[in-house]
Design a protein around this ligand. Sequence first.
Ligand SMILES: Cc1cc2nc3c(=O)[nH]c(=O)nc-3n(C[C@H](O)[C@H](O)[C@H](O)COP(=O)(O)O)c2cc1C
Length: 370
Amino acid sequence: MRDAPVADAASQALHARLGMTHPILQAPMAGVATPALAAAVSEAGGLGSLGLGPISVAAARALLAEMRARTDRLFGVNLFCAPSPPRDAAKEAAWLERLRPAFEALGAAPPERLEPPFEPSLADPAMLPLLLETKPALVSFHLGLPEARAVAALRHAGIVVIATATSLEEALQVESAGFDAVVAQGIEAGGHRGIFDPDADNDARLHTLDLVRTVMPRLSIPVIAAGGVMDGSDIAKMLRAGAAITQLGTAFLCCPETTGHDLYRAAMLQLTEGTVLTRAITGRPARAVVNALSALGADAPPKEIPAFPLPAMASRALAVAAAPRSDYLALWAGAGMSRARAMPAATLMETLVTELARSQRHDGHQLRFA
Ligand SMILES: Cc1cc2nc3c(=O)[nH]c(=O)nc-3n(C[C@H](O)[C@H](O)[C@H](O)COP(=O)(O)O)c2cc1C
């Protein structure tokens, strides 16, 4: 357990190591966050980051080079840490049969068999050396924890290393594995839920604020709050609960610097049914805008869904078959999607910082006159 002044010192040390003047970490959103987005956030005093989870080492190298060309500021990168999927031919064939009517309605046929569309990044032995060579300021891990030797090597190189946790138990594992901070990801979060074992039947599905309040008194490393943080007053709430930093994904989705911002903007304007946590798109629980794709397999028992990331191959094939229609695209987004703001990332950062300052002034006022 820690007392408040130690928490403050640890948070300040983390901000300093990451060159942050504002406690805003732009979430690493694979395929969506671009170097233009990450650079704009870092330039504005937050920390931008890039998702390298589903891409090759060569593509990661190119993204890192583009990032360095855009800014001298610090930034982060993110890797997935899920095991290679166990194969089950009968289950995979049954899954494709289940999707057959949807493919046929689009005038297409399902793929003959499933193959993983990507491997967990650290499965490529060249990924760790690339990070040790290029030294981003921060490396975060999602969907599980890497081997101890990877954490040690990155920390030895002076890189801040963090990992996502969705429960107190996972947060304690992150701390004891020697990470510098933990990302406490609540159930509101967009994209993949970072739960280590998606087959464990004990997900308490805590909201972000409850999760932050649960883990804070039990950890001595700083906590980064992720999930449903959409404006400055949300940021203030998380800081008040003890978070050192907030990690925002959905808030940035409609910025013109993201891939697919026009689709996200259209989805936000027509958002009638909100977002849903589904396992059927990739094989792991992930939150997406409700559409034709998220509805497919929504009633599938988890046991019948092939392991992550196998179903993603079929989901991508459906999106291709449906094009130019966009209702079969996996539009990852959090529960706060209707509050996303379509503005350049620099303007959004300015807005968030102004709102945060206003909320904190308001808090101070309330404290003085309470
Ligand atoms: C479009 C999208 C893609 C995401 N991709 C990743 C990813 O590649 N790696 C990762 O660690 N988290 C990813 N996330 C989750 C974020 O890191 C973060 O937990 C989440 O965005 C926080 O909740 P919010 O979306 O409500 O802000 C993604 C989120 C979104 C919305």
